[in-house]
Design a protein around this ligand. Structure first.
Ligand SMILES: [Zn+2]
Length: 313
């Protein structure tokens, strides 16, 4: 699937980052005008514009591009997309704003995590966003699209520059990486596995818990995850994420001085995929394969968090 329509004028677009079913962007349409939420990497921009055209909408119909945070699988294409949308503003958390205006640091950071060759293959090129149409949001700020109120909520934890988009009209929460990741392929008995994203370099345990509670208190009907797609909100998801965050922290503490990032990656993979241990081997292999990259990033993020705690006392 390249894109799929859901209710309330919401379309989920597969940005093609890494593999199909991994990273989404959303188009939200209300009475002939539209907002993009997330953009995927720069390579996804032609696809986003194509979906817009297929909906019969001109580039002028797009009033905003909102990114949940400036990690490149979410916002790498934001500046390039904005340049095609003459009436749109780019709305970003204040701590992410400088990085969209000057992506040099972002690129260096991502190259450090992914390596230079893989960065190019995954992300494509990065450009600077137009400063006249890019602005920082406030917590609880509302963006109104043809009478439909989208509320921006600052939700640190995964990153300090993270915000979510609350669409009260549909009960939809566009949660970026603040309410975990859940891939459609990883489900058992109809229940999808959900896992926290403790990615480097700003992951913080305490604020991750707090943001989860803040978001759960909205009682959303639907979570629109960037990784990947809509899932109905249930209380058990919140409980599961809190619990996994605690387990992740315990494993990080255990492995930091023993086996480092590699051992922690393996431990996280085992913890998450043990859920499928009663299933046949192919399912466990699928889980390990799908979560390999996330577990490696989660391990790095957890260790960076512990180092920061030590440093800051
Ligand atoms: Zn992220």
């Amino acid at each position: 699937m390249l894109f799929k329509d859901f209710s309330h004028g919401i379309t989920c677009i597969d940005t093609g980052y890494l593999r199909p079913g991994y990273a989404a962007a959303y188009l939200l349409v209300e009475a002939g005008e539209a907002v993009f939420i997330e953009t995927g990497p720069g390579r996804a921009v032609p696809l986003l514009l194509e979906v817009l055209a297929q909906k019969g909408l001109a580039p002028e119909a797009v009033r905003a591009v909102i990114v949940t945070h400036v990690h490149l699988d979410h916002a790498g294409g934001a500046a390039a997309l904005l340049s095609h949308l003459p009436r749109a503003q780019l709305l970003v958390h204040p701590r992410g704003l400088p990085h969209l205006l000057d992506p040099t640091k972002l690129q260096a950071g991502a190259e450090a995590v992914y390596g230079q060759a893989q960065f190019q293959r995954l992300m494509g090129s990065l450009t600077a966003a137009d400063p006249h149409r890019t602005r920082a949001t406030g917590d609880q700020e509302c963006f109104v699209l043809q009478g439909r109120v989208l509320t921006l909520l600052h939700t640190p934890g995964h990153a300090l520059h993270h915000q979510c988009v609350w669409d009260a009209a549909s009960g939809g929460l566009f949660s970026g990486d603040a309410f975990g990741l859940s891939y459609p392929v990883l489900a058992q008995g109809g229940e999808r596995l959900i896992l926290p994203a403790t990615t480097p370099v700003q992951f913080d345990l305490e604020s991750s818990h707090q943001s989860l509670d803040r978001l759960a208190a909205l009682s959303p009907r639907e979570l629109y995850l960037t990784h990947f797609g809509p899932i109905p909100f249930e209380g058990r998801l919140t409980t599961q994420l809190h619990h996994l965050l605690e387990q992740f922290a315990v494993l990080a503490e255990k492995h930091r001085h023993e086996s480092g990032a590699e051992g922690l990656t393996e431990a996280l993979q085992q913890l998450l995929c043990s859920r499928f241990s009663g299933s046949d081997e192919a399912v466990v292999d699928l889980c390990r394969d799908w979560l390999a990259m996330d577990c490696a990033l989660n391990a790095q993020g957890l260790l960076a968090w512990l180092r920061r705690l030590d440093r800051d006392g």
